[in-house]
Design a protein around this ligand. Structure first.
Ligand SMILES: C[S@@+](CC[C@H](N)C(=O)[O-])C[C@H]1O[C@@H](n2cnc3c(N)ncnc32)[C@H](O)[C@@H]1O
Length: 280
């Protein structure tokens, strides 16, 4: 199996569809994280920025507005097509997108002043060599800044579903999804610190951030519920419930969202991430 083959299949197949169809909603939902990320990454007008796992490109485009050059790298062709269209629609000539595996791609050494990522660094099957590869892409002393998820229990948009699924029996523990590539792969800050140090980064700082997010960026209760039920991780969790009990589980998720729904705003949920900063 070649590196990250399963992730390549997922992000070019099933996992990509919901992102492509709802790219603006994801961006609105994640806006508090993007804001925190840019406050620490501080891309300047003379900087070249690499955005890893850039998806539909919102953060690459935000970087291009601030910096000399912004390059988004991602293994997902469908997501990068959206990113490319968005950059062209905004007539941005300093944003470019590369379909490549950031773990193995031969970036020009020292080509970037800043490497950023919004939830794009948790999917490597060899994280240590991936982070070493990103460090090589940075100028010596350049800045790495990224956000990743804390645990499932810190993120209501998954824990609500996890709790419902657990009632139906097949979820051993709410933390049980961690380990290996996946959205909670960097949930342990000590492990992340050691990983970065092993890849040669210095001055590593890991800060917990806990913004409230608006599910799917807002909308009616039904639209918010439909958005959540379409997310890859949620489909995966609900797939553990026996089909005869699934409608009941979905109804329970909907009821939990209704408790958090505010007309005119949407469903507000607690979210927890790590904001990680280091020097290359
Ligand atoms: C959770 S999405 C985040 C997308 C985007 N940064 C955002 O905030 O909406 C994770 C992204 O990482 C990308 N990804 C996963 N493994 C990758 C790899 N080895 N190299 C580059 N991108 C990767 C996926 O294709 C996906 O677009």
């Amino acid at each position: 199996m070649s590196p990250n083959e399963q992730q390549f299949e997922a992000w070019n197949g099933g996992e990509s569809v919901h992102y492509v169809d709802h790219s603006d909603r994801y961006d609105r939902q994640l806006a508090p994280f993007a804001e925190a990320l840019f406050e620490r990454a501080e891309p300047g007008v003379h900087h070249a920025v690499l955005d890893v796992g850039c998806g539909c490109g919102a953060t690459t485009i935000a970087a291009a507005h601030r910096a000399r050059r912004a390059v988004g790298v991602d293994i997902s062709r469908p997501l990068l097509e959206v990113a490319d269209q968005r950059a062209r629609a905004g007539s941005l000539e300093n944003a470019e997108f590369v379909v490549a595996d950031a773990q193995t791609f031969a970036f020009d050494e020292g080509a970037f002043d800043v490497v950023i990522s919004q939830f794009g660094l948790m999917f490597f099957d060899d994280p240590r060599s991936a982070f070493a590869n990103l460090r090589r892409a940075l100028v010596p002393g350049g800045r790495l800044a990224f956000v990743c998820w804390r645990g499932l229990e810190d993120n209501e948009w998954v824990s609500i579903v996890g709790e419902v699924v657990a009632r139906h029996g097949d979820l051993p523990s709410l933390g049980g999804l961690a380990g290996g590539p996946g959205m909670f792969a960097l949930k342990d800050p000590d492990e992340t610190g050691a990983l970065l140090a092993g890849a040669g980064f210095t001055g590593i700082e890991v800060e917990a951030i806990s913004p409230n997010i608006v599910l799917g960026g807002g909308g009616s209760l039904d639209a918010s519920s439909e958005f959540l039920l379409g997310m890859g991780i949620v489909r995966g969790l609900l797939g553990r419930v026996d089909p005869p009990e699934r409608a009941e589980a979905i109804e329970a998720v909907h009821a939990a969202l209704a408790e958090r729904y505010e007309p005119g705003i949407g469903v507000g949920l607690g979210a927890g991430g790590w904001l990680v900063c280091a020097s290359g």
